[in-house]
Design a protein around this ligand. Structure first.
Ligand code: PHE
Length: 375
């Protein structure tokens, strides 16, 4: 018996090892995203962008003679689920790197796990500054909210000539709270006044109480740094209450569902974003063409951002001498002036991308390009 046990102790790890051993002829990349739930277009759009980049690379023979394999896991828009799928991607799928999430709150749930395991993580679109502060394995290929807040504060003051702005923020979202604060700071410096600063919770659908209070303060504009489902509902309820103020938002509004939910109430509103489908940049034009061929629809900003994050990762994988996560991390950190669909990407010393933003105007399902703002 003892002998049997002894040999099992020896054999078992071998069997287990064989099951979990990294396949040597492919490189596994993990994507964790919100594929279902309230913010479902975020994960789905991002995944399409990533898939396009990976399929293209595989058609060209992969990287270092190896095929790329994408494993996508659904975070369901929940922080607890995010933590568990990220752990699974690292421990069971043996991913070389992680792409995700969109929402800053979920990237913040994932980052400490990636950092502890020393697996590079690139968020395509989380804009809250804290995300990359989690450690030296955490990157993003988008701008951050102090910049985005400044863009919208200046736009409100200088372009729209708004002097009085009300804010309606989602308290449970790191993104929303951060962006509301950065906007406020800048808008006050520019001489503007915040006449109301109210909040709502994650699953709220009725905003009448807050909007009634906002109406009494007669703002020129209302800044709503939340995600598209609530922005659409808020727009409708604001118009129902007779509020005429211009509605403003950030990248969280970017979804084909925005106008579906907000209907005509959201038309004429403005938000800052990572890219515009009206871009004439050759990289963006080529990306839109390829995306339409593959998915038979126009890419939103998240697809473009997902595509770019994947391209940056592929470029780093191509440049590494070995495929260790440390070597890969070092190559991501070196990305400079990389031509992406959302613009040129340079990873700075804080592992964020220095990039321009666009402001778009909502008009039906299309967003009309208004301006580009450089950092
Ligand atoms: N920037 C948002 C966040 O950090 C996520 C987002 C990006 C949503 C782009 C839509 C479009 O939470």
């Amino acid at each position: 018996m003892r002998k049997v046990l002894k040999s099992m102790v020896f054999v078992l790890p071998l069997i287990l090892g064989a099951c979990t051993k990294k396949s040597t002829d492919e490189i596994v990349i993990g994507h964790f995203g919100t594929m279902t739930g309230n913010d479902a277009t975020f994960g789905q759009s991002t995944d399409n962008g990533i898939r396009l980049a990976i399929d293209e690379a595989n058609k060209k023979g992969g990287i270092k003679g190896k095929k790329l394999k994408l494993v996508t896991m659904d975070t369901e828009g929940k922080t607890e689920v995010t933590a568990s799928v990220v752990t699974r991607l690292i421990e069971q799928e043996n991913v070389v790197a992680l792409l995700g999430e969109v929402a800053s709150t979920r990237s913040l749930a994932a980052a400490p796990i990636a950092q502890k395991s020393k697996v590079p993580m690139i968020s395509p679109s989380s804009t809250n500054p804290k995300v990359t502060e989690e450690g030296d394995y955490i990157f993003r290929t988008c701008f951050i909210d102090p910049f985005q807040g400044t863009v919208m504060a200046k736009f409100a003051m200088e372009t729209l000539k708004a002097k009085k702005v009300a804010i309606l923020r989602e308290v449970s979202s790191d993104y929303s709270v951060g962006l509301a604060n950065f906007f406020t700071e800048k808008f006050k410096v520019l001489g503007g006044e915040i006449v109301a600063d109210l909040s709502y919770q994650n699953q709220d659908v009725d905003f009448k109480a807050q909007l009634t209070e906002i109406k009494s303060k007669k703002p020129d504009a209302i800044f709503i740094p939340g995600y598209y489902t609530q922005a659409g509902l808020i727009a409708r309820q604001a118009r129902e209450l007779g509020i005429k103020a211009v509605l403003l938002g950030g990248d969280g509004w970017d979804s084909p569902k925005l106008s579906e939910i907000g209907k005509t109430a959201i038309d004429g509103s403005y938000f800052s974003n990572h890219y515009s489908t009206e871009s004439t940049d050759p990289v963006a034009v080529e990306f839109m063409k390829k995306f339409k061929e593959k998915f038979n629809k126009s890419p939103d900003g998240l697809s473009a951002a997902g595509y770019d994050a994947a391209l940056v990762l592929l470029k780093a994988l191509d440049s590494t001498t070995d495929l260790s996560t440390k070597a890969l991390r070092d190559q991501i950190a070196k990305i400079t002036d990389f031509p992406g669909a959302t613009g040129r990407i340079t990873i700075n010393d804080k592992r964020n991308a220095t990039k321009s933003a666009v402001v778009v105007k909502v008009s039906g399902v299309d967003n009309k390009f208004v301006t580009t703002v450089n950092p």
